[in-house]
Design a protein around this ligand. Structure first.
Ligand code: GLU
Length: 426
C-alpha cells in the first residue's frame, strides 16, 4: 500500500523533509535578489514511485515500493545514492535528494541532486533476493537515470555489488555496457580506487579542518564518539584511531560500546565483519543508547540515520565539535541549542561530501576510460574538501552564521544563479 508520510506536519516529529524546508527558510535572508527563485528549492523537480515485485526464494511474490527523486538539475545531472531500508518513504527520499543538491553545489561538483530508495529490510533477505530487487528497481527507473541525466550510487545498505547489478541491468536494456550510469561500483567494473573509503575519509578530513580551527589536536588523544559503524562510521573511526585520537564510544543499532582508554578499532572491524554489527564485542563497557549522547568528548560523529540529534538530546550533548557523517542527523531546533552551547557543527553537506566527490572522480574516469592511482584520488579529494571547507568557513565568519547556514548560502547561491541564467522554459 502507498503510505504517505505526514510526520513532518507534526511539530514534535519534523521529519527529514520538514528539517530541510526549515534549513532553506533560514538561508533566504542571505540570498538577495536570488530569493525570488527560492520555491525552486522547496519542491523536487521530478519524483518517481515504482512497484518492485519479486519472487522470493520460497516461491512467494513480494512487492516493495521504490523511489527515485531528482530534486534539482540546474547545475548538471542528478546525482545521489540509493538506500535499502524498511523505513524509507517518499518524503525522506525527497529530503535526501535535496541535501544532495545542496552538497554537490557546496563542494562545487557539476551535479544537481537526486536520491533513490527501496522500502525493504535487506537483512531479512538472501543475496539472490536482493539481486532481484536491485535489478527490478533499476529497470523500473531506467527511463529517468543515465550517465548524463541521473547517476545513482550506494547509500545505506547498498554496496558495490548492488551497484554492479544496477550497472548490468541498465546496460542490458541499452544493449551495451554503460559504466558511467552508477558510481560506487567494484574497481574491476569501472569503479574508482578509494571510493569505498571516501565518505569516511572525507569525514576525517572535515574533522581535522574543524579541529585545527578550534585549536584542538586530534593526534594528542582527542576523544571521539561515533554513531554508526557502517561504511562511513567504521572508516572514520579507523582513520581517527590511526591519527592518534581515542575512539571512546561507538553506537550502532545493536548497542553502545564504551572504553575511556579507546576502543581497539581493528579488532572491532574484524568482529563487525564476522557478526554484521558491534554487539557482543568483548573487553569494553556497554551503555544504554541515551548515555551515548551524554559522554564528554572532543568530537562527536553521527554517522547513521537522520534526526538523531533533536531538542530532546541536544541539551545533554557535551562535545566540542559535531561532524555530520550521516545525512540530516540534526534537527533545526537542535542546531540552535548546539550553537547556543558553543558546539561547532560541521554540516552533512560538507562533512560527508567525500563520497560523492570520489563518485565524481569515478564518473570522469569512466568517461575517459583512464584510471587514476589511489594516491592521486586521495590527494584530489583532500584538496576539494579543504577548499570547500575554507570557502564555507569564510562565509560563516563574514555573516556571523553557523557553518550550516554558510554552506547553504554558498550552495543555494550557486544553484539559483544557474537557475536564473538558464531562465524558465518555455
Ligand atoms: N550516498 C552518498 C551521499 O549521501 C554518496 C552519493 C553519491 O556518491 O552519489 O552523499
Amino acid at each position: 500500500m502507498l503510505e504517505q508520510d505526514l510526520s513532518y506536519l507534526q511539530p514534535d516529529k519534523l521529519g527529514p523533509w520538514g528539517t530541510y524546508l526549515q534549513q532553506i527558510d533560514r538561508v533566504v535572508p542571505y540570498l538577495g535578489k536570488l530569493s525570488r527563485w527560492i520555491e525552486t528549492l522547496k519542491r523536487p523537480k521530478r519524483s518517481m514511485i515504482v512497484d518492485v515485485p519479486v519472487e522470493l526464494d520460497d516461491g512467494t511474490i513480494a512487492h516493495f515500493e521504490g523511489y527515485r527523486v531528482q530534486h534539482n538539475t540546474s547545475r548538471g545531472p542528478g546525482k545521489g545514492g540509493v538506500r535499502f531500508h524498511q523505513e524509507v518513504t517518499l518524503s525522506e527520499v525527497m529530503a535526501l535528494a535535496a541535501w544532495m543538491s545542496i552538497k554537490n553545489a557546496a563542494v562545487n561538483l557539476p551535479y544537481g541532486g537526486a536520491k533513490g530508495g527501496v522500502r525493504v529490510n535487506p537483512h531479512t533477505l538472501s543475496n539472490k533476493e536482493i539481486e532481484r530487487i536491485a535489478r527490478r528497481y533499476t529497470s523500473e527507473i531506467k527511463m529517468v537515470i543515465g550517465p548524463n541525466s541521473d547517476i545513482p550510487a550506494p547509500d545505506v545498505n547498498a554496496n558495490e555489488q548492488v551497484m554492479a547489478w544496477m550497472m548490468d541491468t541498465y546496460s542490458m536494456h541499452q544493449g551495451r555496457t554503460v559504466m558511467g550510469v552508477v558510481t560506487g561500483k567494484p574497481v574491476a567494473l569501472g569503479g574508482s580506487l578509494g571510493r569505498k573509503e571516501a565518505t569516511g575519509r572525507g569525514v576525517f578530513i572535515a574533522s581535522s579542518e574543524a579541529a585545527r580551527r578550534k585549536g584542538l589536536d586530534i593526534a594528542a588523544g582527542a576523544r571521539v564518539a561515533v554513531q554508526g559503524f557502517g561504511n562511513v562510521g567504521s572508516v572514520a573511526a579507523r582513520l581517527f584511531n590511526e591519527a592518534g585520537a581515542k575512539v571512546i564510544a561507538i553506537q550502532d543499532h545493536t548497542g553502545t560500546l564504551y572504553q575511556p582508554t579507546g576502543i581497539d578499532i581493528i579488532q572491532l572491524l574484524t568482529h563487525a565483519a564476522r557478526h554484521g554489527a558491534i554487539a557482543g564485542f568483548e573487553g569494553v563497557q556497554t551503555l544504554n543508547s541515551e548515555e551515548f549522547w551524554e559522554l564528554e568528548t572532543d568530537l562527536l560523529i553521527p554517522a547513521a540515520l537522520e534526526g538523531q540529534i533533536s531538542e530532546k538530546n541536544a541539551p545533554r550533548i557535551r562535545t566540542k565539535i559535531i561532524v555530520e557523517g550521516a545525512n540530516g542527523p540534526t534537527t533545526p531546533a537542535a542546531d540552535d541549542i548546539l550553537n547556543e552551547h558553543g558546539i561547532l557543527v560541521i554540516p552533512d553537506v560538507i562533512a560527508n561530501a567525500g563520497g560523492v566527490t570520489v563518485s565524481y572522480f569515478e564518473w570522469v574516469q569512466d568517461f575517459s576510460s583512464f584510471f587514476w592511482t589511489e594516491t592521486e584520488i586521495n590527494h584530489r579529494l583532500e584538496r576539494i574538501m579543504c577548499d570547500a571547507f575554507a570557502a564555507v568557513w569564510q562565509v560563516a565568519q563574514e555573516h556571523r552564521v553557523s557553518v550550516r547556514t554558510a554552506a547553504y548560502i554558498v550552495a543555494c547561491t550557486r544553484i539559483l544563479m544557474a537557475r536564473e541564467m538558464r531562465g524558465l522554459y518555455p
